[in-house]
Design a protein around this ligand. Sequence first.
Ligand code: NAD
Length: 350
Amino acid sequence: MKILIAADNGVKRENFEIAFKEIAKEHEVKIIEVDRNLTFTPTTNSEKNIKEYIGSPRQLVKEIDEADILVVNYAPVTEEVMDADKNLKLIGVTRGGPVNVDLQAATKRGIFVVNAPERTVDAVADFTIGLMIAEARNLARAYHMLKTGKVLKINPRLFGDAIIQGIELPGKTLGIIGFGRIGRAVAVRAKGFGMRILAYDPYVKEDEIRNCGVEPVNLETLLKESDFISLHVRLTKETEHMIGEGELKRMKKTAYLINTSRGKVVDEKALYKALKEKWIAGAALDVVEEEPISPANPLLKLDNVTVTPHIAGLTQEVPLKSALIIADEITRYIRGERLSRLVNKELQKI
Ligand code: NAD
């Protein structure tokens, strides 16, 4: 088989070289670098169908050369690329969401698309727990106070200032909204802290949630009973602004909201009001509605929020993990086995 891989600064050539070492012993593997200087203005429907890409489809059109398999991270894969290669049977995308590939066009042509949905699960789950502790124990706030000289004036160690006096996790209730890959990994970690865990996910069977040692509940119960609420849904029409004024008002006054999912899942104006007027104790956000966050975003003026610049999924381990996951799928394909990470499932025949 002929395999073309487009490496970039997200998943680098050396990651692919390690992951595809075995495959390269028997198959032709060519690795190119995405040209970041190439840009294009989307004009065709297919070009408008894709997002979050780097480079231009023209580079792939030039390089594809009858490959059976194409592997990309950020490179844009439009129907123009697919039509340039009548041999193309599978596209591997080393990302959680294959948003830089025109999925509709691939499905129409019977081209399998596989991706790496679990690549950032550990990274984001670790980070979520980190944000919970950052809020519960005022880590970021205390350091900020120290750096700006405030802590020396207040001397909280002597006077037990309420801002620095944190809360402990054992015995507290964590409410997980969206019990998918990351939600479950957060639950495993939170169990280690001795927390009671609730989950709301209408698409997961209650027994499946119970089997993880987690209580399945409706949204109402989760909002009312949780000391920490952590969001782990994907952004869809249904989940957009699913946390708004009404939901924030139903949370405990002492509760914290943690968001590592997507900014638009939370109505940010409502959250600002909730934090400013102390309907809830605080929030920790890795994602906001408009990214990169503007320095003028009013959330940055509040004391009861910790914001990070969408870094939950960024670890040194993720790039190699991503390449290994796609190499594993390609090995399955070559052996004629069932693909386990097929995105266009309607093409599944075995
Ligand atoms: P997933 O698809 O495995 O899980 C999502 C879960 O949400 C599913 O179980 C689904 O049934 C559930 N769900 C869908 N609609 C729902 C609703 N209305 N109410 C409650 N639950 C609902 O996704 P994942 O891989 O666990 O990712 C979770 C989130 O983390 C996504 O938003 C993803 O974009 C985000 N993410 C963020 C980073 C980062 O750097 N901050 C990195 C990776 C992923």
